[in-house]
Ligand binder design. Structure first.
Ligand code: MV4
Length: 509
């Protein structure tokens, strides 16, 4: 087993991996850019090394610098987290060449899944269902017209080098195909330096359901259940849950076995995720494979009782999986909210700045994976994900009620966050009835924010909240009449509840 691991990442995922290292008695080495010197992952690590200025290209994406730190610190392995270098085959190969274990798949497995057409060809060989269309890039407009006529409109043109919604075009009729085809190719060339475009039957109002897989280096591959990730805004996931409300045991087995075949076809090892599009008739189609640990891994951990980061580290250290497929059971329901430093009242623009006050939820069934602390200044240089709030319950309704209660305890002062958005989502009847597809959030955001029930019309509410928050920050809880700082204490006084009610824009009691 490793004695020292370098975490080549920042924010909440770096804190998450450091915690796993400490639970396993492994020394954690952090790296940080100039703006992250005071960040939480640096504080929690055993050792921390500067790797450059704020720009990711000169710090968290700086392969040479990160490998220097691995050498200097004596780290035997590197955990890449997600984003940054986590799916960079060059980095995985550079680690191998430097004799440092990359905690993830091999460069070859990454490359097998990196090109969408290569992945589709691998799926064709493995007998994995993928959306009707071409597995190779289109040679000409004539070929595009012929395939589109065969599979029927609407169709989707996609860049082979694209992913995550980039380089994708919906075409509703033959008349639009020529201009769309030309535009898709030039856009792909500009964005990815590769103008290869392929065609798929467009799935109308699809769900995005993904299957977690885990493979050791001894040929054992298992699936750990699915995650419903349809609540997205501009291809950024906002709420994820496990299990999916529409997947029954038989569908889970079929999707899981398909995902295992995908992983085996790619020679995959460590933790990975196979993404599917699911149509209204519950047919599922391979979309792409993510060769990294995902942001939303906690919902899988909660319903399986497994620690995916522990398992990643054990697999990378050469250990065989400590269980087989029949040992894996899904129990309960988990829902994750991604807390972003974004202003929902200003088109979700990032809202960096100093966190002046932090009231934290806790209590039964609540998990927080966070990279922030009171007094920390959120930098503007990176993805604005601050924390993930996960609610777990015996069933979906209990998970929703716990998460709703936890959100009412969550307050981040000094910056804007999207916490209010989750209150809207969780109380929406379609969400509660699990009538969700990838268009749900866009539809909800187009609706006027039906004011919270009983929302105060008192124009001074905002003013009262600001004054009380100021008093709270300067004079401490007693002065502002608040009770427990974590907001879950029974000691809250009436003044505090009014203050909090005002801050939440609710009727003053
Ligand atoms: C599709 C699709 C409909 N039909 N492909 C978006 C990102 C990338 N993962 C693939 N995506 C889609 N591919 C076909 N043939 C609809 C989407 C899509 C989507 C998929 C999953 C989650 C959110 C989405 C939002 C818009 C479009």
């Amino acid at each position: 087993m490793f004695k020292k691991i370098l975490i080549a990442n920042r924010g909440e995922i770096a804190v998450r991996v450091i915690r796993a290292c400490h639970e396993m008695g492994i020394t954690a080495v952090a790296v940080y850019s100039d703006v992250d010197r005071a960040s939480l992952h640096v504080r929690k690590a055993d050792e921390a090394y500067p790797i450059g200025p704020a720009a990711a290209s000169e710090s968290y994406l700086n392969i040479a610098r990160i490998l220097d730190v691995a050498k200097q610190s004596g780290a035997e392995a590197i955990h890449p987290g997600y984003g940054f270098l986590s799916e960079n085959a060059r980095f995985a190969r550079a680690c191998a060449d430097a004799g440092v274990k990359f905690i993830g798949p091999t460069a070859a497995a990454m490359n097998a899944m990196g090109s969408k057409t290569k992945a589709r060809q691998a799926m064709e060989r493995a007998g994995v269902p993928f959306v009707p269309g071409t597995a190779q890039g289109l040679e000409s407009l004539a070929q595009a017209e012929e395939v589109a006529a065969r599979i029927g409109y609407p169709i989707m043109l996609k860049a082979a080098a694209g992913g995550g919604g980039k380089g994708m075009r919906l075409v509703d009729s033959a008349q639009e195909l020529k201009s769309a085809f030309d535009a898709a190719r030039s856009e792909a060339e500009r964005a990815f330096g590769d103008n290869e475009v392929y065609i798929e039957k467009a799935i109308v109002d699809p769900r995005h359901i993904e299957m977690q897989v885990l493979a050791d280096e001894h040929g054992h591959t298992v699936y750990l259940g699915e995650r419903e990730c349809s609540l997205q805004r501009r291809h950024q996931k906002v709420v994820e849950e496990s299990p999916s409300p529409i997947v029954d045991a038989d569908m889970r087995r079929r999707m899981g076995e398909t995902a295992v075949r995908v992983a085996q076809a790619a020679g995959y090892t460590n933790a990975g995720t196979v993404e599917f599009l699911v149509d209204q008739q519950k047919n599922f189609y391979f979309l792409e494979m993510n060769t990294r640990l995902q942001v939303e891994h906690p919902v899988t951990e909660l319903v399986t009782g497994l620690d995916l980061v522990h398992l990643q580290i054990r697999i990378a250290a050469g250990e065989p999986l400590p269980f087989s497929q029949q040992n894996i059971a899904i129990r309960g329901h988990a829902i994750e909210c991604r807390i972003y430093a974004e202003d929902p009242d200003n088109n979700f623009f990032p809202s960096p700045g100093k966190i002046t006050l932090l009231l934290l939820p806790s209590g039964p069934g609540i998990r927080r994976d966070s990279g922030m602390y009171e007094g920390w200044t959120v930098p503007m240089d990176y993805d604005p994900l601050l924390a993930k709030l996960i609610g777990y319950g015996t069933d979906r309704d209990q998970a929703i009620s716990r998460l709703t209660r936890a959100l009412s305890e969550y307050f981040v002062g000094g910056i804007k966050t999207n916490i209010s958005l989750f209150r809207r989502i969780l109380r929406h009847p379609d969400f509660r009835a699990a009538k969700i597809d990838t268009g749900f959030l866009d539809r909800l955001l187009k609706q006027k924010d039906d004011a919270a029930p009983g929302a105060t019309k008192d124009p001074q509410a905002e003013e009262v909240a600001v004054i009380a928050a100021g008093m709270f920050a300067m004079l401490g809880p007693a002065a502002a009449g608040a009770g427990e700082r974590t907001g879950d204490g029974a000691a809250n006084t009436r003044a505090a509840s009014n203050w909090k009610a005002a801050a939440r824009g609710e009727a003053l009691r």
